[in-house]
Write a protein that binds this ligand. Structure first.
Ligand code: UDP
Ligand code: MG
Length: 314
């Protein structure tokens, strides 16, 4: 493996996961490098090629020829954004780290504000989207519902409309590196570590080119990941569902017995019997399903596999 880490540590590490982004990388560099130059800070840009199937790696290597501050890390396959981001954060050397999407939906100008806030003494600077008009209605609505639900049932609360785009000090990054879980819900992990935090606001732009790789099903699973990674409420709820149903059954059972003793045997009641059985069966299956979801997660974690595999670092 080649090793070309810079001789002195940079002030800022830009961490940029890329999956099938050949069209976007040039735009990205064109807009971010002037800003980094303007900041007058030393920097490195770490691109993580998350097993792209297009020409992304070659585009990145070509860009590296022209910019000395670029590092390119190739993962052995597509691990997903969260893991690619973890790889980049693990390998970053800067005093501060900024994860950013390559599609320019996170405006690079904000980095200057990030640096200002960092120098005022904050360890985490969050970028909050105040205007999501470029996102589809469905995405906005589902995101909002997710944050509300997640924050209600989790110990940590994820700020609404805040993505991965942020600045973190080295102190924060070192703590994040200690979290060993292989199912990585980064927004939750970032929130979990805490530290002195401040928010700056921005408007989310549309992608410059290429396509989003998050469709509805992927987002749904992402949401499930988020909830099950940071809350055990879905497990505990079955205790209460069980207690309530059992108490109701007890009351209903008593009524039937007393009625039978006083008035003798009633009509057979086939319909109510069947409904109760089916209803309880459904409730039990739901409970088992949720148990299964958590057991699946325990299973994945106990295998203790590495979070990602680096094929090469250029
Ligand atoms: N990405 C990645 N691996 C994946 C999917 C996405 O590294 O499996 C990267 C992608 O290249 C981009 C960022 O994650 O830099 C955000 O992806 P995208 O723009 O598709 O998501 P959206 O902005 O629609 O949430
Ligand atoms: Mg995007």
């Amino acid at each position: 493996m080649q090793n070309n880490k810079p001789s002195s540590l940079p002030f800022i590490s830009i961490v940029c996961p890329c999956y099938n982004e050949e069209e976007v990388i040039e735009h990205f560099l064109k807009s971010i490098t002037p800003i980094l130059t303007k900041s007058e800070k030393s920097y490195e840009i770490i691109f993580i090629d998350d097993g792209s199937k297009d020409n992304t790696l070659n585009v990145l290597l070509e860009a590296k020829q022209n910019h000395e501050n670029i590092r390119v890390i190739k993962l052995s396959r597509n691990f997903g954004k969260e893991k690619a981001l973890t790889a980049g954060i693990d390998l970053s050397l800067g005093e501060t780290v900024v994860p950013i999407d390559v599609d320019l939906q996170d405006p690079p100008e904000l980095i200057l504000d990030f640096i200002k806030k960092y120098e005022e003494g904050y360890d985490v600077v969050l970028a909050k989207r105040v205007d999501r008009t470029t996102d589809t209605y469905a995405k906005k609505f589902s995101a909002e519902a997710f944050y509300k639900f997640h924050n209600k049932i989790s110990d940590i609360s994820i700020p609404n409309n805040v993505g991965d785009y942020r600045l973190m000090s080295r102190k924060v990054v070192e703590q994040i590196k200690k979290l060993p879980e292989s199912q990585r819900f980064m927004k939750g992990i970032f929130a979990w570590v805490g530290f002195q935090t401040v928010t700056v606001e921005y408007k989310r732009e549309a992608r410059v080119a290429g396509e989003t790789s998050f469709n509805g099903w992927k987002l749904w699973n992402f949401a499930l990941d988020g909830i099950t990674s940071f809350s055990t409420v879905p497990l505990r709820i079955w205790l209460y569902v069980g207690v309530i149903l059992a108490s109701l059954s007890f009351v209903y059972g008593s009524i039937i017995i007393i009625k039978t003793l006083i008035f003798g045997i009633d009509s057979p009641g086939y319909a109510s019997l069947l409904t109760t059985v089916l209803f309880l069966g459904g409730v039990q299956l739901m409970g088992i399903g949720i148990l299964g979801e958590y057991i699946g997660r325990i299973y994945t974690e106990t295998k203790n596999r590495p979070i990602y595999i680096i094929e090469n670092e250029y």
